[in-house]
Design a protein around this ligand. Sequence first.
Ligand code: BT5
Length: 271
Amino acid sequence: MTVDPGPAALHIDALRRARASARIGHTILYFDSVDSTNTVAQRFAMDGAAEGTVVIAETQTQGRGRLGRTWISPPFRNLYLSVVLRPPIATAVAPQIGLVAGVAAVDAAREWVSQAAVKWPNDVVIDRRKVAGILTEMDADGDRVRFAILGIGVNLNTTAEDFPDDLRDKAIGLCTAAGRPIDRVEFADHLLSRLEEHYDLFLREGFAAIRPLWESRASLIGRHVRIDAHTQRVEGVVAGLAADGALLLRAADGNEVRVVVGDVTVDGGYR
Ligand code: BT5
């Protein structure tokens, strides 16, 4: 007997077919509900899962952002996925993978909405609202990366009423900006294809090849911003990315400031 998965479920067989000969997504593990796709992918990676293995869930009970924050994960509307990567790189440059993924996620979103942009470190925003978030976690062997788990959450078919009150003016679904529902299989296929393309470029040519791509898709170059990191606050005009992926600000005194971690706030605006 076959069980109808219901109209709302992701057509996982179609996605698996589309990715069958790809490097990212050759194996897709699909779940109705998990705590966090990053946690599940980490477990598979520990057990030896190959590079390019992808974990997708319809919902997450403990979807997470950076610094212990929560990623709201309503079921059957969006994309919550994590990719196992095994880049031969030093731990110090692992955060660059998040920037690579930011470029890929923006390019996927731009297939539907041309004004999608990347906001440092790796949010995808449309009209200043966050449509996607990226969380890179890694496991190290000395100063080398053993594996990295790249987690990407994209709001595809959530509308304003799906978000809690405090997120309503900060978050957006791609469907709202596009004015039509988003085919989740099509989006996931685009996202994984763009990721494969930019990740390959990163492995071949290093971050130097990614940096101009990131900068040309960035939302805040030339804007005055504040950055809160731990107990410190810095302010300045966004100049671009440093060679290692740090954000460069030009402070009021003319000095250049490097920022490696933090949350960017635009003057008079959103987080
Ligand atoms: C992020 O953190 O933006 C990274 C989010 C990564 C989520 C994916 S989903 C698949 C994988 N599995 C996981 O468990 N995580 C990854 P951060 O920059 O810290 O932003 C978190 C903040 O974004 C929250 O504190 C909220 O303000 C906001 N937020 C939460 N859920 C959101 C949503 N669905 N859409 C837009 N903003 C959201």
